[in-house]
Design a protein around this ligand. Structure first.
Ligand SMILES: NC(=O)c1ccc[n+]([C@@H]2O[C@H](COP(=O)([O-])OP(=O)(O)OC[C@H]3O[C@@H](n4cnc5c(N)ncnc54)[C@H](OP(=O)(O)O)[C@@H]3O)[C@@H](O)[C@H]2O)c1
Length: 331
């Protein structure tokens, strides 16, 4: 392997965060038993927060963000991983307190690593990345709570985003009638193309007035938006239906009442990709490589960038302007 390689750093001085691409070597990488030549990383909302002075993601500076990476094992002291193995590593402390995927090489503890499932390339795994994993985990948990296509329509909020886009296409592939909600009036055709049968605005989700219980519209919901929007979603879920909540782009407060739960048996499913147990993690990656795999979508939503283009990409995702998934090519 090369002695020197490139990595993207964030630095914090006073209340300012600056970024730079610089050359480092293996000694600069944190502890871990597996060294990976990174092929691709990706851009998630959390990576955007990692580039903000008060984003509350990065624990110490200077730091290499990037919560996702996929690549080839260069060396390993864990016999479960051999040189040449293709692997995925996402979440845990990666890109938070452990140098992440915006680097040509990464050193990662083996217990955070998933073998690349058959049926998925390294590049495809990063088009999915944490956003795709979260969308898939959301659909998986909705199904475990009893959702089937016969039960009724399924709402996806923040539908043009990473989690949203992938959820729309997985649900469509599995035969669901998908209602996509978006703040981007210009993207209705895009959402129809990736599988939505109906597209509505964020305002339509909210309705004129937030009510404890409203008209029953959706048997399930994938919600990466949270906040007031989630409260409105809960009030419109049909009897016994479920909402899988993963995000907070619309806010962290949930101004809801207990009525959807106690009068309609609605389930609120919490979705966490970060400490999702390894067995479930492997199950979800395998589903993304098989019955959840959406070949057309992978082509449609990807936008490839370099380490040098990261500052603009991070800004775009923070402004809620990202469409689909940005992947970072490292080798
Ligand atoms: N729980 C977990 O483990 C987990 C994992 C991954 C992501 N997340 C969270 O999930 C969320 C989405 O992540 P992502 O990677 O999909 O981000 P993303 O690509 O930026 O998508 C977020 C989407 O939310 C919508 N949105 C943005 N600002 C909004 C606002 N003020 N009100 C309502 N909707 C708004 C936009 O879609 P439209 O314009 O189409 O409405 C935007 O594209 C983030 O909060 C992220 O932190 C959580």
């Amino acid at each position: 392997m090369e002695n020197q390689f490139k990595a993207f750093f964030v630095n914090k001085t006073d209340d300012q965060v600056t970024t730079e691409v610089k050359e480092i070597n293996l000694e600069n990488l944190p502890e871990g038993d597996v060294v990976i030549k990174v092929a691709y990383s990706s851009v998630n909302y959390k990576d955007g927060l990692a580039s903000l002075p008060n984003g509350n993601i990065v624990r110490s500076y200077p730091f290499v963000p990037g919560i996702d990476l996929a690549g080839v094992v260069v060396s390993s002291s864990d016999p479960r991983f051999q040189q040449g193995d293709e692997v995925i590593a996402t979440s845990y402390e990666i890109g938070v307190s452990h140098y992440g995927g915006y680097s040509e090489y990464a050193r990662i503890p083996s217990e955070w690593i998933v073998p690349l499932p058959t049926g998925l390339s390294l590049k495809e795994s990063m088009v999915y990345g944490t956003a795709g994993f979260t969308a898939a985990l959301s659909v998986h948990q909705l199904e475990k709570s009893g959702l089937t296509p016969e039960k009724g329509k399924v709402l996806v909020t923040g539908a043009t985003g990473g989690v949203g886009s992938i959820a729309v296409s997985i649900l469509a592939k599995k035969g669901y009638e998908v209602v996509a909600s978006t703040g981007k009036a210009s993207e209705h055709d895009y959402l129809k193309k990736i599988g939505a049968s109906e597209v509505i605005s964020r305002e339509e989700v909210l309705g004129e007035k937030l009510k404890p219980l409203d008209k029953q519209l959706w048997a399930g919901a994938v919600d990466p938006v949270g906040g007031k929007s989630l409260a409105a979603v809960l009030s419109k879920i049909t009897y016994g239906g479920s909402a899988a909540v993963s995000g907070l782009t619309g806010g962290t407060d949930l101004p809801a009442s207990v009525f959807p739960f106690i009068l309609r048996g609605v389930n609120l499913l919490g979705i966490d990709s970060v400490y999702c147990p390894m067995e479930m993690r492997k199950t979800i990656w395998n589903r993304l490589a098989t019955d959840f795999k959406t070949e057309d979508l992978l082509e449609t939503i990807q936008h490839e960038i370099s380490l040098e283009e990261l500052p603009q990409a991070l800004d775009t995702i923070l402004k809620g302007q990202a469409k689909g998934r940005m992947i970072v090519k490292l080798s």
